[in-house]
Write a protein that binds this ligand. Sequence first.
Ligand code: NAP
Ligand code: GDD
Length: 328
Amino acid sequence: MPSPTAFITGITGQDGSYLTELLLNRGYVVHGLVRRASLFNRSRIEHLRLDPAIGGKKLFLHYGDLNDTTSLRRLFRTLQPTEVYHLAGQSHVGLSFEIPEATCQEIANATLGLLEILRDQEQPVRFYHASSSEIFGAPLSAPQNEDSALRPASPYGCAKAFATNLCRVYREAYGLFVCNGIAYNHESPRRGENFVTRKISLAAARISRGQQTELSLGNLDAQRDWGYAPEYVEAMWRMLQQPSADDYVLATGESHTIGDFLAAAFGTVGLEWQKYVRFESRFVRPTEPVRLVGDAAKARAKLDWAPTTKMAALARLMVAADLAEPAS
Ligand code: NAP
Ligand code: GDD
């Protein structure tokens, strides 16, 4: 039997890199969309690309861009993927207030473009869309589930809400196998350095080594439902193995403040975070989601998925990974 073929947009990102490892381990041939940058931006998948048994044999990278639908359509035609994981897009909520048009173009319109391509495929294709808890923004109740109202509180959240609804419409209208993974925050040592958890884990490691003296942050009272990224990509894969397509909330069901994460991270290196953290207003967002905490009962029941790494363990493993990096 030929290997199943997956196509990943966002393969160079945090989730894309873990998902690639998972799919390769399960016998897939993996194709990933990469975009041109002035510096090479493949660090999260370099270990796979340079493995002679993998790079060019089971893992293939293709230049393209979410905004270039013609090249995406060509890739679908030549690769004929059986599973598509659509993870790419501007993923920073705070920055979406500064670059709203680019954010909406990449997240909302580009997803529409991909769904239109999907409609034209002759072979059956299963499609995962990386939706987000940000679609709930200012929810009327907590925890949220797949039926909670969409009340986004940022341009990013609006774009994800648009794309999530489009996926639902295309599933209903055309019978396409399209799943929304409504994921709450998931983190790892591969998290981008301008997201709060990684900013904190890096600072804890660097301050403990005498390489940094303070850490500037915005709103410390914000709360998030934080899980561990490798566990979330497992759920993405499981969604596409189901007999029918559906939407699933992916979350731990626990909510913690930034202060809680600081305490866990700095505690790992025996430091009191209060001595090092200073407030910087430029990191405060014009609006913030509130009470974002997910109810993943459906994923537990139908996908047999339950996250096991909770906030404190997550903070510890992220700091440990940053401590293990050579001092720079
Ligand atoms: P990430 O680390 O920021 O990765 C984003 C990926 O998208 C990167 O590979 C990036 O490429 C690519 N990309 C961005 N714009 C693109 C464009 N115009 N054309 C082609 N590729 C483009 O994000 P992540 O944390 O892995 O998250 C993956 C997806 O899940 C995102 O859509 C995010 O919004 C969503 N999500 C994430 C979380 C979370 O907590 N991590 C929760 C809910 C939803 P470069 O490497 O070239 O920048
Ligand atoms: N990034 C950042 N930097 N956030 C800070 C800072 C700071 O210096 N100080 C406080 N925060 C607060 C933010 O205001 C926010 O309330 C919280 O920390 C988390 O911010 P991020 O780590 O940037 O994540 P996010 O929750 O906004 O977005 C992430 O999770 C979403 C799912 O809920 C991203 O991965 C999104 O792509 C994803 O959809």
